[in-house]
Design a protein around this ligand. Sequence first.
Ligand SMILES: Cc1cc2nc3c(=O)[nH]c(=O)nc-3n(C[C@H](O)[C@H](O)[C@H](O)COP(=O)(O)O)c2cc1C
Length: 193
Amino acid sequence: MKGSQLRQAAHAIDPIFIDRWSPRAMSGAALSLDELMVLFEAARWAPSASNLQPWRMLYALRTSPHWSMFLGLLSDANRVWAQHGGALVAFISKNTRDDGRPAPTHAFDTGAAWENFALQASMRNLVVHGMQGFDHLRAPTELKLPPDFDIHAMVVVGKPGEVAMLPENLRAREQPSDRRPLHDSVCEGPFGF
Ligand SMILES: Cc1cc2nc3c(=O)[nH]c(=O)nc-3n(C[C@H](O)[C@H](O)[C@H](O)COP(=O)(O)O)c2cc1C
């Protein structure tokens, strides 16, 4: 289902923004490396401060030996549905510049890369769902992150599946969510919320 079937934008935006949402129902079908690379390619073209491209993406296809380690990092609540995905991706970023100085926008830039990735997945009719529910202590170790890299989120990508396959408590939540009104997020001039 496209998000625009149930969502209403308040201004005349392109439908890609409301079409993307975060389903959980996935079929368990494999994802090909080619399908995944298209999403990484979209992420690659994100803007970043000084074009540093601080993002890195670590992935495991469900057919790969790394799949069980990636899946094992997820919280139980996420694993119950994410296990039916075709690929898991860890979005990480380098928090320093090459000269060792801090890179203050590394997380902001990597968020842009993730959104490119997600929009491209949505346009390909794939499920894409970000997850902060993973073991934040074990992930840097098991993914062998160097000390100047931070992990932001794990993401599952998969082929759409039947809602009936989800645990009962998740079935009612399987629909595009709304947003607060724009004036609660935007104000002219200094902070005025
Ligand atoms: C960084 C990030 C972390 C998230 N973590 C989780 C998570 O751990 N589990 C989950 O079910 N959904 C998670 N979500 C999905 C959000 O709840 C979802 O994006 C939000 O409710 C807006 O809904 P929409 O993506 O369908 O538009 C996460 C999303 C993002 C961007």
